[in-house]
Design a protein around this ligand. Structure first.
Ligand code: NDP
Ligand code: MG
Length: 382
């Protein structure tokens, strides 16, 4: 029986991973949550992990009391995330926390030789070169959970890697697809949270509405598949039936299609290279009978242009972009800035940054921290 750990088990990907684990009979060795200790307790009682962690010490104390009848060890904070990521017996770590907080525990797992089922794209955006070279050094597989990257990974199996010409990264367009810049000036978080096709955590749903999610995914794809930003084309595909495609040298385009159910890519990351019966309904082509494609509108959705620029420049610029985005999205969710100010905050952080090429992990961590402080201060002043 395979054994996994899950960082972020109480979130959208985390809870779906537990459904897949139950379906496949996978043993769950470790779990983590940020604040939702009630759901975490339910998960502990159901899956009997050896190790769990939460962010705050007080929550760890409360949880320890609540599960004093069980053997599960409870940790907290950054060390707790690392303890859960590297718990004895974890063979594959599903990284489903939100944000660059996933970086250090993911690296710790890689250094221990644990394969990664990666949902936490911010980790690759923040420090992709370091994470990918650590994976290579330790012979660790990074298996994509993000639906587009799972689709690319599966499509690439149809040819030789050297014959890959380009990646066609599909994008639903998010909650505001088709809106102009002017129409976006007064939209609110509640509107942005209504994603047309996928039910996900709040941060990624806002990222989908700004198209920053596609920008983060472009950088994620660069690292996972060793391609340049120029080799990746973003296509708006509102139906989210094609999850992404690759084009080979001979002009053949290979795509992966499926329902909008994250349990499909989660399961494939856990059973790769095998396929077993899944939890999702079949795709019905008689009801889903239209596939359309268009170019993204970079004037209305400047975040995608900012991410493409960060991807091309590289170094510490993607780290700055990601940190600024995390702070700005949190402020938008709290109604402290407008929708278009998300891009404004990111742009101003990127403009003010002096890029370091080939940064060390310490430099990345410092830039991530400093950017958060700077963007928070700018937002407080506005
Ligand atoms: P959610 O917000 O639903 O869940 C996030 C998880 O991370 C929760 O368990 C949360 O705990 C925990 N968490 C949040 N903040 C912190 C923190 N500061 N420290 C430690 N743990 C934290 O997010 P999603 O599941 O939607 O997304 C998770 C990751 O997967 C993101 O990187 C996202 O981009 C990526 N992804 C998500 C997809 C989706 O369909 N949802 C699709 C593709 C990628 P708590 O519940 O206690 O707050
Ligand atoms: Mg995706």
């Amino acid at each position: 029986m395979k054994q996994i750990g899950i960082l972020g088990s109480t979130g959208s990907i985390g809870t779906q991973t537990l459904q897949v684990a139950e379906h496949l009979g996978i043993r769950v060795v470790s779990l983590t949550a940020h604040r939702n200790i009630h759901l975490l307790e339910e998960q502990i009682r159901k899956f009997s992990p050896k190790v769990v962690s939460v962010t705050k010490e007080a929550d760890a104390k409360a949880l320890r009391e609540a599960i004093s009848d069980l053997d599960t060890e409870v940790y907290f904070g950054d060390e707790g995330l690392i303890a859960a990521a590297t718990a004895d017996g974890v063979e594959t770590l599903v990284t489903a926390v939100m944000g660059s907080v996933g970086l250090f525990p993911t690296l710790a797992a890689i250094e221990k030789g644990i394969d990664i089922a990666l949902a936490n794209k911010e980790t690759l955006v923040c420090a992709g070169d370091i994470v990918m070279s650590a994976a290579e050094k330790h012979g660790v597989k990074i298996l994509p959970v993000d639906s587009e990257h799972s689709a690319i990974f599966q499509s690439l199996a149809a040819g030789n890697r050297a014959d890959l010409q380009k990646i066609l990264l599909t994008c639903s367009g998010g909650a505001f697809r088709g809106k102009t810049r002017d129409e976006l000036l007064n939209v609110r978080a509640a509107d942005a949270l209504k994603h047309p096709n996928w039910s996900m955590g709040q941060k990624i749903t806002i990222d989908s509405a700004t198209l920053m999610n596609k920008g983060l995914e472009l950088i994620e794809a660069m690292h996972l598949f060793s391609v340049t930003p120029e080799q990746i084309q973003v296509l708006i595909h509102p139906q989210s039936i094609i999850h992404s495609m690759v084009e080979f040298r001979d002009g053949s385009v290979i795509a992966q299609l499926g329902t909008t159910d994250m349990r499909i890519p989660i399961q494939y990351a856990l059973t790769y290279p095998n396929r077993v019966e899944g939890l999702s309904a079949s795709l019905d082509f008689f009801t889903k009978n239209t596939l359309t494609f268009s170019e993204p509108d970079l004037e209305a959705f400047p975040c995608l242009a900012l991410a493409t620029h960060a991807a091309k420049v590289g170094g510490t610029l993607p780290t700055v972009m990601n940190a600024a985005n995390e702070v700005a999205v949190a402020a938008f969710l709290e109604d402290r800035i407008s929708f278009m100010e998300i891009a404004g905050s990111i742009q101003s952080a990127m403009d003010a940054h002096k890029v370091t090429k080939a940064p060390t992990l310490e430099e990345i961590a410092a830039v991530d921290r400093e950017t958060r402080v700077r963007v928070s201060e700018r937002i407080s002043r506005s």
